[in-house]
Design a protein around this ligand. Structure first.
Ligand code: 5RP
Length: 250
């Protein structure tokens, strides 16, 4: 486990009485202050990251940033970035990404994350794993004592015999009271990821426990593509809360 620098808190009485989306936007705008002209930027996915994408586009339009290339982490973010005019590429052409900015579903004390409740974890992990710096932007509701505390940890699986894979995932964590459920749309059809896979959500009654051990066990299972634990990947977490913005660095 890694010792973290003392977090810096910028207190602001004006952050009281804001909505969760306002807080997400505040965290996103703070993160975009770290974007510099000429950077290759990983563009995250979700309702927090989309504020960062919009802000980068705004700064490009105003001429306050130039020569920025975005690497979108999902088809949805790709569409948003095209719409707002951010030049795009991918990690085949830019295997080293200067900075990625993305939201998270959970952030623990050690800056480990659960991501992918929006279903984009595979591309997010590939791109954010290629980054020199990875800034995670969250409102304070995402901070947890341990991963798995506030909801599911998603696992991307191949559709072939997905139920067999789901059953084996659940069995791996029986002692932690794990229940595996296929992620479905409102009409009951399976949610299909950008890479044409399914998502099995793992619900842990008692938390995930040893994260590295859980990661190894999951990734060894045939049928699993990737999981939503992002361990030791975030370099900075920006948390917007009612008492101000907190910035944690590794
Ligand atoms: C998508 C993600 C998102 O970053 C995560 O779900 C947080 O979403 P939001 O910013 O909408 O709360 O991992 O796969």
């Amino acid at each position: 486990k890694i010792a973290l620098e003392k977090p810096e808190t910028l207190s602001s009485p004006s952050l009281q009485n804001l909505t969760q989306d306002d807080l997400k936007k505040i965290a996103a705008l703070k993160a975009v202050e770290f974007v510099e002209s000429g950077m290759i930027i990983g563009l995250g996915t979700g309702s927090t990251a989309c504020h960062a994408v919009a802000r980068i586009a705004e700064l490009l339009q105003q001429g306050k940033l130039s020569n920025v290339v975005g690497i979108p982490t999902s088809k949805k973010t790709h569409a948003q970035a095209v719409q707002v005019g951010i030049p795009l590429s991918d990690i085949e052409h830019h295997p080293i990404v200067d900075l990625a900015i993305d939201g998270a579903d959970e952030v623990d004390t050690y800056m480990n994350l659960v991501k992918g409740r929006g279903g984009s974890l595979l591309r997010e992990k590939m791109i954010e794993g290629a980054c020199k710096k990875f800034i995670v932007i969250v409102d304070e509701s995402k901070m947890v004592e341990y991963l798995g505390a506030s909801g599911a940890m998603p696992v991307e699986v191949v559709p072939f015999c997905w139920k067999y894979t789901a059953d084996r995932l659940q069995a791996l964590f029986q002692a932690a009271g794990c229940v595996a459920k296929l992620k479905v749309l409102g009409n009951g059809d399976p949610f299909v990821t950008d890479n044409a896979n399914y998502i099995v959500d793992l619900h842990f009654e008692k938390g995930i426990g040893d994260l590295n051990a859980a990661s190894d066990l999951i990734l060894r299972l045939p049928g699993v593509v990737e999981h939503g634990m992002f361990l030791d990947m975030a370099t900075t977490v920006i948390i917007a809360g009612s008492r101000g913005i907190t910035i944690k660095n590794k």
